[in-house]
Design a binder for this molecule. Structure first.
Ligand SMILES: O=C(O)c1ccc[n+]([C@@H]2O[C@H](COP(=O)([O-])O)[C@@H](O)[C@H]2O)c1
Ligand SMILES: Cc1cc2nc[nH]c2cc1C
Length: 342
């Protein structure tokens, strides 16, 4: 949710009136009112509808994982992809609970998946290069990331989805996200780095040192696409391209945790209007996430101390968004109910 106030159009004045005249003290549904307003505004409808909610999970491996920046080994990426495909991941359980369509995409996992019908193949490579030595990917690979994920989102849009969330799986990807944050927000590296999958204090110190080394090698980068190319990963780049494509289809965009928000940081640097379409689903326990949200001047729906990614925040926040739309569409007004409005 954005906290900015802009001049309202005639439609927006009507929409706000509809919210204000529901049978409740003025403003008493809090953030739900902001969500209802945002959804109505995106759809330009006083009676908006959410159709075929979908979460896309993009998976990829990271060269930087070889520098020992994660608490888990890189094989966990492909192992978790297999687990998620079998319905055993946190996000798959939450999607099932909340009746959300779910798809998994191989953006660049370091594994050859064979005969797996449910996995969408958008593989750019077997993991990115290690960004402490070189750029995570080439310019061509970055372009390919955008093309492949845009294609997937186009298909989802054509199938009738108007609300879409993006999750990720990739051992080492909090390092990518931290470096994206460092370059977009211009914070010192150490303020952008956290424990990821659960590093101990000494391991965290080491991770900060390694990322400071990468920062020295590449220097401060101002161009958003160059930041993405330098630090990756393939799944982060595909999410960024997917968000931009979803915005072109006027979808509601659900933003998940630290890594998904780093993809959003690049997307909004490319097209600032995307912020109007974005709902920030939760505030992750990863230390930099709160700062990212503050930088964007947005309010997250849930604060559950989660740090598992996968799009779990999107899946859990979706019912709140459904309820926001439901109150807008179904609650009585003071006039229709005969309740006195002051
Ligand atoms: O979404 C988040 O805020 C989040 C925060 C910390 C970790 N993760 C997940 O953990 C993995 C990355 O952590 P790491 O330590 O390997 O960089 C990756 O698979 C993410 O989905 C996710
Ligand atoms: C087990 C495990 C599950 C995950 N899901 C997303 N990131 C993850 C990282 C690990 C280590």
């Amino acid at each position: 949710m954005t906290t900015e106030t802009n001049l309202k159009t005639d439609f927006e004045i009507l929409l706000q009136q509809k919210i204000d005249l529901k049978t409740k003290p003025l403003g008493a549904l809090g953030l739900l009112e902001k969500i209802a307003f945002q959804v109505g505004k995106i759809q330009q409808k006083l009676t908006p509808k959410l159709t075929k909610p979908t979460i896309l999970l993009f998976a990829g491996d990271h060269g930087i994982a070889q520098s020992g920046v994660s608490a888990y080994p890189a094989e966990v990426t492909y192992q978790m992809v297999m687990n998620i495909l079998q319905g055993g991941g946190a996000v798959t359980v939450f999607c099932k609970q909340n009746k959300i369509d779910f798809k998994t995409i191989d953006a660049g996992v370091n594994y050859t998946f064979e005969n797996i019908p449910n996995l969408i193949d958008a593989k750019i490579g077997f993991g990115t290069s290690n960004f402490v030595e070189t750029s995570a990917m080439s310019e061509n690979q970055l372009q390919e990331c955008f093309l492949r994920s845009a294609e997937i989102v186009k298909e989802v849009a054509n199938s009738g989805t108007n609300i879409i969330g993006f999750g990720e799986m990739g051992i080492g990807n909090t390092s990518s996200a931290s470096m994206i944050m460092r370059n977009i927000c211009d914070f010192p590296v150490k303020e952008c780095v956290g424990r990821g999958t659960g590093l101990a204090n000494d391991q965290l110190k080491r991770k900060i040192k390694i990322l400071e080394q990468a920062d020295k090698l590449h220097g401060k980068i101002n161009e958003p696409l160059k930041i993405l190319q330098t630090y990756g990963g393939f799944e982060v780049a595909q999410i960024c391209g997917a968000m931009l494509e979803a915005h072109r289809h006027k979808m509601i965009i659900l933003v998940d945790g630290f890594i998904a928000t780093s993809a959003f940081l690049i997307a909004q640097a490319i097209d600032p209007t995307i912020k109007e379409a974005a709902i920030f689903c939760h505030n992750s326990n990863e230390i930099g996430h709160q700062k990212m949200l503050q930088f964007l001047d947005v309010q997250a729906i849930l604060h559950l101390d989660m740090r598992v990614g996968e799009g779990t925040g999107c899946a859990l926040a979706y019912p709140i968004i459904q309820n926001s739309v439901a109150f807008l569409n179904e609650m009585a007004s003071f006039e229709s109910s005969g309740v006195s409005n002051k």
